[in-house]
Ligand binder design. Structure first.
Ligand code: A2P
Ligand code: 11C
Length: 332
């Protein structure tokens, strides 16, 4: 069977990755409809060697569509996803619009694939930083039950979209030419800097990105007792998010046991050879599908503590790949 697939936000950073991954995985596509803003109408995008014209995203864009992949921002999802559902499409939404809605599943296939089938037409794709963390947490939680997570993220510029990624490149070129450095997409210059501020600040002092890690982790893992304290930081990296994670578990997990559990976990690769200076880094992980874990060690400051480092390509596993893996749960 082949499916009619629409991509809302086809010209964006995630949209481009959707196309790459659909092609790589040879997703069974009958018709492909590429949607973006009026600004992009008339642009052509190549898929499997053929040119596709970008169309404007409207309420009428979804006639005959089976699967609609959304990544055009939360307000576009809120506005247009219901129209896609009405037209009979299954919506997989990459934005934060629906993630915490009670009757909308929030899915990472390695963690809670079954939840996807209990949907009313929309399935939410979690935040990229959360996805990358939970694929590593899942096998550890199943074994030792996680009580608390302390995480600091090192998020790349492309997490904020194609134009934000371009801003870091433009700042680099401007610096090299001795020209003034322009700041538009981020709050501050990102080149030669790190910015401890992703998404808006909330009343409790955490940012929305940090609260997504708290709330989404509980929903995906199906355990409202897990506590997550996150500090989310933008770093001058092009692609792939890194995270330093410390967990406290009910049952002790030794470093050796963690290595064994993580080596067997789907979607995870262990790369942990400190004697050879081998650990995951964004330059190595960008473009890869799996999340890579290294620097696994027992926390010397608490009894059942474990510390590790995880890196994932946030445009792939953190966004487009996860969404397509959700779609693959439904194809025959
Ligand atoms: P466009 O390129 O036409 O602006 P990114 O996350 O990389 O910034 O990408 C955002 C995606 O969302 C792009 O494909 C962008 O299309 C799309 N988008 C932004 N605003 C709108 C809108 N008002 N209607 C439809 N698509 C939009
Ligand atoms: C970033 N993680 O790197 C963010 C972008 O909730 O989907 C994704 C925001 C979201 O900027």
């Amino acid at each position: 069977e082949k499916y009619n697939v629409a991509i809302a936000g086809a010209t964006g950073a995630v949209g481009e990755t959707f196309l790459q991954i659909l092609e790589e995985r040879n997703f069974p596509i009958n018709e492909l409809r590429l949607l973006a803003s009026a600004r992009s109408v008339g642009k052509t995008i190549k898929f499997k060697g053929e040119d596709y014209k970008v169309q404007e995203l409207t309420h009428d864009s979804f006639k005959g569509i089976d699967i609609a992949l959304f990544s055009a921002g939360a307000s576009r999802s809120l506005e247009f996803a219901p129209s896609a559902v009405k037209a009979g499409a299954l919506v997989i939404d990459n934005s934060s619009a629906f993630r915490m809605e009670k009757d909308i599943p929030l899915v990472v296939p390695e963690v809670n694939a079954a939840a996807a089938f209990d949907n009313n037409g929309i399935i939410a794709n979690p935040n990229c930083t959360t996805i990358i963390m939970v694929v590593a947490l899942k096998p550890l939680h199943d074994y030792g039950k996680i009580k608390r997570v302390v995480v600091s993220s090192y998020q790349s510029s492309s997490g904020a979209g194609a134009q934000a990624m371009e801003e870091l490149l433009a700042q680099t070129r401007a610096w090299a030419k001795g020209e003034p450095i322009k700041v538009e997409k981020f709050q501050h210059q990102l080149l030669f800097n790190v910015i401890p501020h992703i998404d808006k600040f909330t009343e409790n002092g955490y940012t929305k990105e940090e609260m997504k890690m708290f709330n989404e982790t509980r929903k995906i893992m199906g355990d409202d007792t897990i506590k997550v304290t996150a500090t989310c930081v933008r770093v001058p990296v092009i692609s792939a998010h890194s995270e330093a994670v410390t967990i406290e578990t009910e049952k002790k997990i030794t470093a050796e046991k963690a290595r064994e559990l993580l080596s067997k976990a789907p979607g995870v690769q262990v790369l942990d050879n400190p004697e050879k200076n081998e650990y995951p880094m964004p330059l190595f992980v960008a473009g890869k599908d799996d999340c890579y874990v290294g620097r696994i060690r027992e926390d010397i400051t608490c009894d059942n503590g474990l510390t590790f480092w995880v890196v994932g390509d946030q445009l792939r596993k953190g966004a487009a790949l996860n969404a397509i893996q959700i779609a693959e749960l439904f194809i025959k």
